[in-house]
Ligand binder design. Structure first.
Ligand code: C5P
Length: 251
C-alpha cells in the first residue's frame, strides 16, 4: 500500500487538501475554469461527464502544468476488467482513481495499480444517499454501518483511501487511524445550497472530522467569483488546522 497522503512526517499543504470537481461536459469549459482559478487550486477532479467528453487528454494537460489529478471514474466490474482498466489509468500518471468499495473490486484495483504511484480510493456510500435510499436499494445497513464495513474492507484489500461524507469521517478516523486517506465530497460552505447532496458539511467540519481532502464542485464552479470561493475554502481549511494543532510544549 502507498503511504497515506496525510502521514505525520509529510503534512499536506492546505491548498492540496482542496480538490475542485471539474463537473463540466467538455475540455474547453474545464480549461476556462482552470484558467480562472489559476494558482488558487492545485488539485482537480475529473469525473465521468468530463472523462467521456475528452477529459483524459485534458487530464494529461493538467499534469503537464503541475496540477494533481483525481480521476473519479467509480469503476465496478468483474475483477479482470477492473484490474486491466486500472493499469491503463495508472499509465496516465494521475494521482487518485475511484472504484466502488466492493471487496472484489477493491482487490482487483489494487492489483492493477501495483508498481505505479496511482492511489486507489474506494467509494463507500455516495453522499447523495441516506438510510432510506440504501433500504430502497436493498441494503440492510444504515449509511454509518455500511461505510464502517466498507472502510474495514478497503483496509483489508490494501487500497489507499476511502471516499465518504464528513458525517462518517470522525468515526472512521478513530477506528482506522491514518491507515486510509479520507476524501469527503458533499462540502457546502455556510450559505451555499445542498442541491442533490444529502450528507453535507462545511469545510471546517470536514477537516475537524479528520478528512485529508475535500472535494468541492458547485460551491466553487458556479460561484460568481470561483477563485475567491476557492481561496475562502483554503483559508477555512488553514484556520481549522491551526485551531486543531497541539499547543506548543511548556518549558
Ligand atoms: O457540486 P458538488 O460539490 O456537490 O460535487 C461533488 C462532487 O463529488 C461530484 O463530482 C460528485 O460526483 C462527487 N462525489 C460525491 N459523492 C461521492 C463521491 C463523489 O458527491 N460519494
Amino acid at each position: 500500500m502507498n503511504a497515506p497522503s496525510s502521514s505525520p512526517d509529510k503534512p499536506l499543504d492546505p491548498r492540496d487538501r482542496l480538490i475542485v470537481a471539474l463537473d463540466v461536459t467538455d475540455p474547453a469549459a474545464a480549461r476556462t475554469l482552470v484558467n480562472r482559478l489559476g494558482d488558487s487550486v492545485s488539485f482537480y477532479k475529473i469525473g465521468m461527464e468530463l472523462a467521456y467528453g475528452g477529459g483524459l487528454p485534458f487530464a494529461s494537460e493538467l499534469l503537464k502544468e503541475g496540477k494533481k489529478v483525481f480521476l473519479d471514474l467509480k469503476l465496478h466490474d468483474i475483477a479482470t476488467t477492473v484490474s486491466n482498466a486500472v493499469a491503463q489509468v495508472a499509465r496516465l500518471g494521475v494521482h487518485f482513481l475511484t472504484v466502488h468499495a466492493y471487496p472484489q473490486t477493491l482487490d482487483a484495483a489494487r492489483r492493477g495499480a501495483v508498481g505505479s504511484p496511482l492511489k486507489i480510493l474506494g467509494v463507500s456510500v455516495l453522499t447523495s444517499y441516506d438510510d432510506a435510499d440504501l433500504a430502497e436499494a436493498g441494503y440492510a445497513y444504515s449509511v454509518a454501518d455500511l461505510v464502517a464495513r466498507r472502510a474495514l474492507q478497503a483496509r483489508e484489500a490494501g487500497v489507499d483511501g476511502l471516499v465518504l461524507s464528513a458525517a462518517e469521517a470522525a468515526a472512521i478516523r478513530s477506528q482506522l487511524g491514518s491507515d486510509l486517506i479520507l476524501v469527503t465530497p458533499g462540502i457546502r460552505p455556510r450559505g451555499t445550497s445542498a442541491k442533490d447532496q444529502k450528507r453535507v458539511a462545511t469545510p471546517s467540519l470536514a477537516i475537524a472530522a479528520g478528512a485529508d481532502h475535500l472535494v468541492v464542485g458547485r460551491p466553487i464552479t458556479v460561484a460568481p467569483d470561483p477563485k475567491g470561493a476557492a481561496d475562502q475554502i483554503v483559508a477555512e481549511i488553514e484556520a481549522t488546522l491551526a485551531s486543531m494543532a497541539p499547543p506548543p510544549d511548556k518549558p
